[in-house]
Design a binder for this molecule. Structure first.
Ligand code: C6P
Length: 406
């Protein structure tokens, strides 16, 4: 790591907790990461010294908060290498970002008989909005299948693309399998077919650099809380050419230019898609989280997390009767498994008694569970502050789980 492990961990106060009389081992980072002091302090500073509603305020605090909010937009634009500030829309998170596109893009561009293509490994947030959109516009939802390793079947993808395909929506990294999808190739193929692409980056943003220009994606979505930032805030990147043509998603204050009872005109980008008072504090917290990631460095993060992933796979493989779900060649930070025919929930409950936080169940990816014909998995997911010692603690704890369940 660019920063020493113990110094880095000290920046996350919650990691010092004991849970059930044991030092907390937090392996639920795909659900949400913990927050560094810098982010917590940023929120405090905002509410102590800057709090005000933004835009159109004549007073000092309003100008201060507006400047901070718009500077955050600029810094986040740089982080994802978007061309223009107004292509960065602040939302409540990935779910809202996808819903915005599913509603507004579909309203403008999806017609009866058209198709939307998603993959078998999507999170429910990138399935249900498209089901609803297809239902509303008499379009069809098509599914790119995956293989037994949990990799997308690109041969099938090529076959599914047709002149009817209006949009492809795929996850950059699978939350249940850890697979990193070849999104660049997916986008190139879609564009050759005149099809727009939305990338769900919820599980990518904390681990790999995002370059929306290099990807050439039409939309990219992520959440602050999965990348060391606050909950309740996220980003939708959208190419200007689409955002300009799409109708508003929500309406009210801020998104209008002029309102009369006869006719209302809409504000310019990005405000057209930011109705109501925005979540200023959490946008600033997310900006701080991004600064934190950049300070540690993407290379150092990747090196450390890949080390952890490899170490976890090796150590867990020493256990008898462990079945890994998701063994893609390209993967990051997630290990999903079943252990000794013990129900994942039981494994998770015993691990919790031993101070270890893991997630169990279908991980909001029920089609993935259906594919593998399982009820769910035990999922461990890493962040930059996890250690190999914690993996050793987990392996020991799993031996105890086996003793208890025979
Ligand atoms: N996955 C997990 O434990 P929100 O809730 O809007 O911040 O993110 C939704 C979402 C969308 N796409 C992917 C790939 C995701 O992993 C998630 C959230 C959490 O895996 C909660 S179920």
């Amino acid at each position: 790591m660019a920063v020493k492990e113990d110094i880095l961990r000290k920046q996350f106060p919650i990691l010092g907790l004991t849970v059930n009389k044991r030092p907390l081992v937090y392996f639920d980072n795909a659900a949400t990461t913990q927050k560094p002091v810098a982010v917590i302090d940023r929120l405090r500073h905002y509410y102590e010294s800057e709090n005000s509603n933004i835009h159109r305020g004549a007073h000092y605090l309003s100008q201060l908060a507006t400047e901070a909010y718009e500077q955050a937009r600029e810094n986040i634009r740089k982080f994802i290498n978007a061309g223009q500030n107004h292509e960065v829309i602040f939302t409540r998170g990935t779910t809202e970002s996808i819903n915005l596109v599913a509603y507004a893009f579909s309203k403008k561009f999806l017609n009866p008989g058209d198709e939307v293509l998603i993959s078998e490994m999507e999170h429910h947030s990138n399935i249900v909005p498209w089901q609803i959109a297809c239902e509303n516009h008499q379009a069809h939802l098509k599914i790119i299948p995956m293989n037994e390793k949990g990799e997308l079947r690109m041969d099938q993808y090529r076959k599914l693309l047709s002149e009817k395909t209006k949009l492809v929506a795929v996850t950059h990294v699978s939350n249940s399998l850890g697979t990193i999808n070849p999104v660049k190739e997916i986008i190139q193929l879609a564009h050759q077919n005149n099809t727009a692409v939305l990338v769900d980056g919820a599980q990518a943003a904390p681990h790999i650099p995002i370059d929306v220009k290099a990807l050439d994606c039409d939309f990219y979505c992520f959440s602050g809380h999965k990348m060391y930032g606050p909950m309740g805030v996220g980003v939708l990147f959208g190419k200007e050419k689409w955002l300009e043509q799409m109708p508003p998603y929500q309406s009210g204050g801020e998104m209008i230019k002029e309102v009369s009872f006869k006719k209302t005109t809409y504000n310019e980008l990005p405000f057209k898609f930011e109705a109501g008072t925005p979540n200023v504090a959490d946008v600033l917290g997310m900006e701080k989280a991004i600064q934190f990631i950049l300070e540690v460095g993407h290379k150092a993060i990747a090196r450390h997390e890949n080390d952890l992933l490899q170490y976890a796979i090796n150590r867990l493989s020493e256990l008898e009767n462990i079945r890994f779900i998701g063994t893609a060649e390209q993967r990051t930070s997630v290990v999903s498994f079943l252990f000794n025919d013990i129900h994942p929930y039981d494994t998770g409950t015993i691990l919790d008694k031993l101070g270890i936080a893991v997630r169990t169940g279908h991980h909001c990816a029920q089609p993935v569970m259906d594919h593998f014909q399982i009820p769910g998995t035990v999922r461990i997911s890493f962040a930059l502050y996890n250690t190999k010692e914690e993996i050793d603690v987990l392996v020991k704890a799993l031996a105890k789980v086996r003793e208890m369940f025979g």
